[in-house]
Design a protein around this ligand. Structure first.
Ligand code: BES
Ligand code: MN
Ligand code: MN
Length: 463
């Protein structure tokens, strides 16, 4: 595949311009005020797939945002790669922490991206990474080296739980039939330390509400004599971890898969600098479950975190009040074998049971999904590993990630196929944060690496 670097060099500016145009549309799936923009992004993805050489592209309407499906079937006897990605993005707030507006992409150099990075919401998660696949497809078609069949499925509700995609997948098993699913929606260790993600954590996301008195009260007249829902909520939350930072919900760890000493030793070989990690976050020390390293804590161990907490008076100045209600949003990141619905139930039962008399507690599940681990002795992994080795000049390290893409385990369940998580972002690219960015080098490296995956996967399937 000699002409890949040439083709990329020749079309580099256009590849960047097209991505920048896509990043200008604020496709925020969580906020109904942007629904027109989300729909327009779906249309833009459809056009992009047609231009890249898909023979059939359709927009599938759902109860939420549409799914864009595209395909190019060259020979039904050849393998089929199904590419998944998402065109929706996270809300950009807090806006004042952005150095440039989130939907006006700019290219700026950074320490880790000396060749420049595109700053915009969705640059890395996931428009930039999804678009690498569209451009890789264009490259393979235009240079007459597409070796197998391709299907694309790009959704607009990943950041809000993929509920409608789950229905679409269950109803379209035949249409989506494939030999391997390929996703770029994760990261790698560093630009000179390529890695392939072999695991994702599951997720259970809940909201809790603590209600005390039937109305807000004067904190002098009533203070000390009735339960204050905010005091109670914070106490209940604090009790969810013990002094070793183990989670106290009974049964929470029952199904957690413990890694062997050998597996943990293998994991510990991945390059990692604690000093650099702390410096990047401006923290003096890391914090977490006793007995586990930082890399273990954020990948092979489950967690429980408050994502938001509110109630009472938070405006200017002081108001003396005992609020009637207090709220929190809590996420639990899960590891393989933990079932998210079971964990949600365990949490609910426990949280309700620790509420003192004088308050009532309501736990409302939001969404969730199972974790995922993929073996490395498959053709899919081997092809991906060889593709990285070809373009990075180094064998990639298998690595389990702490993030979640709940739909991946569902793909395996419904379609019976494994997923290869070929991510080109860096943890420091600030996804979901202000100043999200994606390295220009990473974007082009992705476009370069993907065609080799197709080639090796097709070859390995033959022989
Ligand atoms: N692409 C991310 C997940 C991710 C990022 C996995 C980096 C591994 C490395 C995805 O868009 C995401 O944000 N997922 C959510 C869950 C979803 C149900 C909202 C997450 O992990 O919080
Ligand atoms: Mn994503
Ligand atoms: Mn995301």
């Amino acid at each position: 595949m000699q002409n890949i670097p040439d083709y990329i060099a020749q079309h580099k500016q256009r590849f960047l311009n097209e991505l920048i145009a896509l990043l200008k549309i604020p496709s925020i799936s969580a906020d109904p005020a942007f629904s027109k923009d989300v729909l327009n992004t779906a249309k833009a993805v459809k056009t992009a797939l047609e231009t890249a050489g898909c023979d059939l592209v359709e927009i599938h309407e759902t109860a939420g945002y549409p799914i864009v499906y595209g395909e190019k079937i060259i020979n039904t006897k050849l393998p089929t790669v199904l590419v998944y990605g998402h065109y929706d993005v996270q809300p950009p707030d807090p806006l004042d922490l952005w150095n440039s507006p989130p939907f006006e992409p700019v290219i700026q150099k950074t320490e880790l991206h000396p060749e420049g990075a595109i700053f915009a919401r969705g640059a890395c998660d996931d428009k930039g990474q999804m678009y690498m696949h569209v451009k890789a497809m264009e490259l393979m078609v235009n240079t007459h080296q597409l070796p197998c069949n391709v299907k694309f499925m790009v959704e607009g509700e990943e950041e809000v739980g993929s509920n409608n995609l789950a229905i679409y997948v269950a109803e379209n098993k035949e249409k989506l039939a494939n030999d391997i699913i390929l996703i770029s929606d994760t990261g790698m260790i560093a630009n000179d330390v390529p890695s392939i993600t072999t695991g994702l954590r599951g997720l259970s996301y809940v909201e809790v509400e603590v209600t005390g008195p039937n109305r807000d009260l004067h904190s002098g007249l009533y203070g000390g004599a009735v339960a204050n829902p905010i005091n109670i909520l914070t106490k209940m939350i604090a009790s969810l971890h013990d002094e070793d930072n183990h989670i106290t919900v009974p049964g929470f760890y029952d199904k957690v898969e413990e890694l062997s000493t050998e597996e943990r030793a293998e994991m510990a070989k991945a390059p990692f600098s604690l000093a650099a990690y702390q410096k990047a976050l401006d923290i003096e020390a890391v914090y977490g479950e006793k007995g586990y390293s930082t890399n273990e804590r954020n990948s092979i161990r489950p967690t429980l975190d408050v994502n938001g907490i509110w109630g009472g008076y938070t405006g200017e100045g002081a108001k003396t009040v005992i609020a009637s209600k207090a709220y929190a949003k809590i996420s639990m990141r899960l590891v393989p074998n933990q079932d998210w619905e079971e964990i949600t139930e365990l949490f609910k039962t426990h949280f309700e049971s620790i509420a003192p008399k004088g308050v009532t507690v309501r736990v409302t599940p939001h969404h969730g999904g199972q974790g995922y681990v993929t073996p490395i002795d498959t053709i899919g992994y081997k092809a991906a590993s060889k593709a990285f080795e070809t373009t990075f000049g180094k064998k990639p390290i298998p690595q389990r990630s702490g993030g979640s893409i709940p739909i991946v385990s569902l793909f395996e369940q419904e379609l019976g196929s494994k997923t290869i998580l070929m991510g080109f972002g860096l943890d420091s690219d600030a996804i979901h944060s202000p100043n999200e960015h994606f390295g220009v080098w990473n974007y082009l490296k992705g476009i370069e690496t993907i065609p080799y995956f197709y080639q090796y996967f097709t070859e390995m399937n033959k022989g």
